[in-house]
Design a protein around this ligand. Sequence first.
Ligand code: FA5
Length: 346
Amino acid sequence: MNDLDTLVSDAEREFAAAPTPAELENAKARYLGKAGRVTELLKGLAALTPEDKKTRGAAINQTKQRVEALLQARREALAEAELQAQLKAEALDVTLPGRRRGEGGLHPVSLSIERIEAIFGSMGFAVADGPEIETDWFNFTALNTPEDHPARSMHDTFYVEGGNVLRTHTSPMQVRHAVQHVRDHADKIARGERMPEIRVIAPGRTYRVDSDATHSPMFHQCEGLWIGESVSFADLKAVLADFFATFFETTDLQLRFRPSFFPFTEPSAEVDIAFASGPLKGRWLEVGGCGQVHPNVVRNFGLDAEHYIGFAFGLGPDRLTMLRYGVNDLRLFFDGDLRFLSQFRV
Ligand code: FA5
C-alpha cells in the first residue's frame, strides 16, 4: 500500500468513526482543511520536477476525490441515520383510539329552570329577566319592606357601592315587570278599558349571607306574578299544585301552605312539599314563599289597588333540584366538581 492509499484508508476509518455531523466535519478538516493531509501533499508538489509534478499531482488529485467521495457518503449515512431516529421517535400509531373531548352539559339547576319555564309557559306565563345588582327601591322599598326590616341588615344582605344590593330575592322583578306592563298599557288604563293580565315568571340568581346544607350564598329563585281583576288565593294554590305535580311527574306529593309573613303579600304563606312515597317520603322541605300581593305594592305597580288583585310567589329552583335528584346538600351544586355535576348530563 503506498502513502496515498494509506491516507485514503485512514480517512475512511476516521470518517466511519465520527458519530455526528459535527465530528465528521472535524475529521474532514484533518484531511481537506488548510493544514490537512491532502493539502500538505499538494503543497509538497512545489519541490518536484515538472515531470514528477504531473504524475504525482494527478495521483494526489485522485486521492483528494476519493477522500471527498468518502466524506460525502458518510455525510449521507449520518443524515439518513438521524432521519430514521427522528421517525422512530415521532412514530404515529394510527391504530390508537382517538382522544375524546370532554362533553359539556347543562348544570342541573339550569335543567330545572328550563323545566320551570316550560311548565309555567304552558300555563300562559311569560318569562322576564332583570338585574342582579338592584336598587334599594326595587329590592326593598317598593316591596313594602320598612327601613328596620331584618332583611335589610348587613348580616343578611350583600351591599355594593352606591347603596345598591345584590338582589336578595327575585321579587324586585314583580315591580320592574308590572311597572313596564302598566306603562305599555297606559292608554287603555286611562280610558278605563281592561288591562291585559300580568302573568309572568322571573327566574335568576339571588344572594344572601347564608350557608348550610339547604342555603347557599348565591342561589336561585323563580318569581311568579299574576295580577288581574279577580285572581284569588285559590288560583295560587291551583297553579302551584299543578306546577309541582308536573315538575315532579307525580301526584303522589303533599303541598302545605304554612301561614307566614312577607311585607309585600297579605295573606302570606311558605310552601312546603313532601312526597307520599319514595326515598324522601315524609320529609317536608320549604320550596318557596307566596301570597296575595299587598295593596301598597299594587299601588307601587301604578295600579288601582281597589281594582287589581293577584298573587305572587318565589320558588327555590335549587331546592326543587335537590328533591328531584335526591341530593342532600345544596352547596354541592355550586362547588364546581365535575364528578358530581356530570352525573346530571342529559
Ligand atoms: C322570599 O325570598 C320571597 N321573596 C318569596 C315570595 C315571593 C314571597 C313572592 C311572597 C311573594 P324566602 O326568603 O322564603 O322568600 O325564599 C324563598 C325560597 O328561596 C325559599 O323557600 C327557598 O326555597 C329559597 N331560598 C332562600 N334562601 C336560600 C338560600 N340561601 N339558598 C337556597 N335557596 C334559598
